[in-house]
Design a protein around this ligand. Structure first.
Ligand SMILES: [Zn+2]
Length: 257
């Protein structure tokens, strides 16, 4: 009788075991600690972002971030960190490094859009892409000491990147759906982008462009406290939807579809 060893099957089963371990640890962590969201108000300090009629993107993003933090902090199930607390300049690398230190569960970067067309309108949502091979190699090289080079850790790292990207899309879907239903304003298709703050944070991450600061109506809406509250309500609902889905772990059954 001939005995054959199928190396590929062994490798797959090994990967599956690591995947199960990773999922078990994720479930344990998500059920044990408060859900930690990192909110990233775009721009700040001398970097005002887009501006129109004296209205600065950096002010709107900070106001929305604080309102959202206040809203989520009412519930002890949520822990909130901001990548900047005040009107100060914070580099993109500092934002991602600070986010890495939080060991957060979700990252939300807030921006406003701008166009030379004063009629351009609507929200845009971007979710974390998986890195290109070049970027991935650069990321691994830069983090070699932290994550090591052995195969097991490399596989776990790869699985985590895939899982984070997948969950980023789930979060973006929730926000977009709520945006359409609750705000009744135009929103554009969800896009996958390799923005610095999205690919350099080790957690699911989404960037939202709330609306066009170059559009008079949307500028007023994003500046007005009632408008800001309606935006915050939708973002908070999306975050809660996402947390509930993670808590139920129903997303696990979706993986691999
Ligand atoms: Zn911006």
């Amino acid at each position: 009788m001939e005995f054959q060893v199928n190396i590929e099957n062994i490798t797959m089963s090994w990967k599956k075991q690591i995947w199960c371990l990773f999922i078990a640890l994720t479930i344990f962590a998500s059920n044990t600690f408060a859900f930690h969201i990192v909110i990233d108000p775009g721009h700040g300090g001398t970097d005002h972002g887009a501006t129109r009629e004296g209205v600065r993107e950096s002010d709107i993003t900070l106001e929305i971030a604080h309102l959202l933090a206040d809203e989520l902090s009412k519930d002890s199930d949520y822990q909130v960190s901001l990548t900047r607390e005040r009107d100060e300049i914070v580099s993109l690398s500092s934002r991602s490094q600070n986010a890495q230190k939080t060991n957060g569960d979700l990252f939300l970067s807030i921006h406003t859009n701008s166009s030379s067309d004063p009629h351009a309108s609507g929200a845009e949502f971007y979710f974390q892409t998986q890195m290109s091979i070049d970027d991935e190699n650069l990321f691994l090289a830069n983090n070699e000491e932290k994550i090591g080079r052995n195969d097991v850790i490399a596989i776990i790292h790869d699985l985590k990147r895939t899982s984070d990207s997948y969950r980023s899309q789930i979060f973006a879907d929730f926000i977009q759906k709520n945006w359409s239903q609750e705000l009744k304003v135009r929103n554009r298709p969800i896009k996958q982008e390799s923005f610095h703050v999205l690919v350099n944070v080790p957690m699911p991450s989404v960037l939202v462009e709330l609306g066009f600061i170059s559009n008079k109506k949307e500028r007023k809406w994003m500046q007005d406290r009632q408008g800001q509250k309606s935006i915050v309500a939708v973002l908070a609902k999306g975050i809660k939807n996402f947390k509930e889905k993670m808590d139920k772990n129903s997303f696990l059954t979706d993986i691999g579809r």
